[in-house]
Design a protein around this ligand. Structure first.
Ligand code: NI
Length: 228
């Protein structure tokens, strides 16, 4: 399943992000590509270990920890510090699957990539091309989101970024190790939680069936979640 989470960042936050990102020092993305990705990757990235990547990344982490849709869909255990990339004219990232284990820069900590996230930081009308296409178990899906919107998808998915033919596409991307490793279990929990939330609005949180279903949700989490 692919989750689109709208308005992770608001208009003012996007304006601040862009002020920093438009003036940042962008490096060749090939520096951080694995041996297979090197053949298909042509874009630019920020140095993760310096400003503005550090502050902007921390801001994204803070905002996400308070986003109920993100928390429900990802059940995050560890999140890789957000990275930033830019695709200008003729830049692209061909079909690939993200690496399964990622070492968090400057630490010995390794995370398993269960979910991949792309947070769009440019508006769709600022560039042509640059769509993110993801092969999901339900077929191929293509996304090109508004600035501030994010897509979350299983890291097991083959995906690519189409060539940008005009303008520039800036995004943040990162990976999540989930407390629930299994995709089906994670999706079941997400669907159940969404239904409980809707029923709570209709019936109130003290309705007996809402209390029962909410209890079932937590009992499933108890069985399936393995926080590190
Ligand atoms: Ni990727």
């Amino acid at each position: 399943m692919l989750n689109i989470i709208r308005n992770v960042l608001g208009a003012e936050e996007i304006r601040q992000f862009r002020k920093h990102l438009d003036n940042a020092h962008w490096q060749d993305g090939i520096n951080s590509a694995g041996s297979i990705a090197k053949n298909v990757k042509k874009n630019q990235q920020l140095d993760d270990t310096t400003e503005p990547a550090l502050s902007l990344g921390n801001h994204i982490l803070k905002v996400l920890s308070a986003n109920p849709t993100f928390v429900s869909a990802a059940l995050p255990d560890k999140i890789y510090p957000p990275k930033f990339n830019r695709y200008k004219e003729n830049e692209t990232y061909g079909p690939h699957i993200d690496g399964s284990l990622m070492q968090i820069p400057g630490t010995t900590q390794v995370i398993r990539t269960d979910l991949s996230a792309t947070l769009f930081l440019t508006e769709p009308d600022e560039y042509e091309g640059g769509e993110l296409t993801i092969e999901t178990q339900y077929g191929t899906q293509t996304v090109k989101l508004s600035a501030g919107d994010m897509v979350l998808y299983p890291s097991t998915s083959l995906h690519h970024v189409s060539p940008v033919t005009k303008g520039a596409r800036i995004a943040s991307f990162f990976w999540i190790q989930s407390m629930v490793k299994d995709i089906q279990q994670r999706e079941t929990l997400y669907n159940l939680d969404q239904s409980v939330q809707k029923l709570t609005l209709q019936l109130g949180s003290s309705h007996q069936e809402v209390v029962n279903l909410s209890g079932i949700y937590h009992n499933l989490i108890r069985q399936w979640a393995t926080p590190s």
